[in-house]
Design a binder for this molecule. Structure first.
Ligand code: ADP
Ligand code: MG
Length: 376
């Protein structure tokens, strides 16, 4: 449906904003373009409807080379939604939505019924909104109008450039959900630009990651998360990994290293002193090779007076994870695990760490604070 073949864009000042990118998306797919500010997302988008002429390679829409199309006709057959909705302030909502049908010279009755239908589709009652002006609407409502306008002439492709970027998080999520709901029926080919990975993962059938005008990776969300092409992609998805996709977080990233351990031969009294020093109330018990044998708590030690070593007191550990496990495995077990801890061992059973509720929380919390930093 949409194909880029070695496409480049060099602006007249000589700056190469897009470098030799190639990709293809099928009909009815949502492609999300993502990357840091200035990486070439908007340029890539605007080359599709020829608001920006490309300077190298070929772009095909429905098999046709767009450089051979009339740019005005091309634009009328593509919906375009931008960040501040891009509504005309001196036009009513009705006239804004009817813009392309008007340009296409639809008959007035057909246009009116289409506008009504589109407003309903995006959740705006036509009776209440048709005659209003953009500034009388909230940001979220304006974006809905933007979406209605993009859909009005039933285009084959819809281009959306950070359409929800200026909305508060709740409205933003609502509009994302609605876009997905609409898409179930409409099956449009959509190119959606964002710099928010969470939005990309939620909406994209495919995600294309751009950096300095180059296409770093294009893949399904699953593939991006499980096989990031390089460190840049990894960094970009980092903050989203843990709570969205704990199955891709290695357990070694959420465990605490150097847990308090003791060999089984230690006396209960010495073990107790050691626990006080370490300010812990549980000890992992191991053999001399460091292999996990059991677990013992301060309570076990204090209520046992006859044992000569902690090996006689310890309990077997029913919940253990190997170091190849993921954060999801830990999340699934942590509430059941005795003492609220899960030892992590190598394939050979040697203790390498421990997952606790607090180590999981710390991992989550650091994700959240990263995100806050980014927002502020
Ligand atoms: P994004 O949408 O990813 O933030 P853009 O596609 O808007 O990035 O811009 C990519 C790069 O091209 C930026 O470095 C930007 O400054 C540059 N650029 C954009 N428009 C022009 C232009 N008309 N002339 C020269 N450079 C431009
Ligand atoms: Mg942009």
């Amino acid at each position: 449906m949409l194909k880029f073949e070695n496409v480049s864009k060099k602006y007249p000042n000589g700056y190469e904003a897009v470098k030799n990118i190639s990709f293809e998306i099928g009909e009815g797919e949502i492609l999300v373009l993502i990357g840091p500010s200035g990486c070439g997302k908007t340029t890539t988008m605007k080359m599709i409807n020829r608001l920006v002429p490309h300077t190298g390679g070929k772009i095909y829409v429905g098999g046709k080379d767009i450089s051979k199309e009339n740019p005005v006709t091309l634009r009328k057959n593509m919906g375009y939604v931008i960040q501040q909705a891009g509504l005309f302030p001196h036009y009513t909502i009705e006239d804004n939505v009817g813009l392309i049908p008007e340009l296409k010279k639809w008959d007035p009755e057909k246009k009116r019924s289409r506008v009504t239908e589109m407003l309903r589709l995006v959740g705006l009652a036509p009776e209440a909104f048709a005659k209003r002006y953009p500034k009388q609407l909230s940001g979220g409502q304006q974006q809905r109008v933007g979406v209605a306008r993009a859909l009005a002439a039933d285009p084959e492709i819809i281009l959306m450039d950070e359409p929800f970027g200026a909305l508060d998080p709740i409205t933003r999520e609502q509009l994302q959900d609605e876009l997905l709901r609409l898409q179930q029926n409409l099956k449009k080919t959509i190119v959606f630009v964002t710099h928010d990975m969470e939005e990309a993962l939620k909406l994209g059938d495919k995600i294309a990651i751009l950096k300095d005008g180059e296409l770093v990776q294009i893949d399904t969300p699953d593939q991006i998360l499980s096989n990031p092409a390089n460190e840049f992609v990894e960094g970009f998805i980092g903050k989203n990994r843990i709570y969205q996709n704990p199955e891709y977080i290695p357990i070694t990233d959420v465990m605490r290293e150097n847990p308090s351990t003791s060999i089984a031969e230690r006396s209960p009294a010495k073990a107790m002193t050691f626990m006080r020093q370490r300010k812990t109330d549980t000890l992992l018990v191991s053999d001399r090779e460091g292999k996990l044998l059991g677990i013992v708590s301060a309570y076990d030690l204090s209520s046992q007076t006859t044992a000569s070593n902690i090996g006689e007191i310890m309990h077997p550990v029913s919940f253990v994870l190997e170091d190849s496990a993921t954060a999801r495995d830990a999340l699934a077990l942590i509430n059941e695990a005795p003492y609220g801890i899960i030892p992590v061992v190598t394939q050979n059973g040697v203790i390498t760490g421990v997952v606790t509720r607090s180590s999981l929380l710390t991992a989550f919390a650091s994700q959240w604070s990263n995100e806050k930093e980014e927002l502020s």
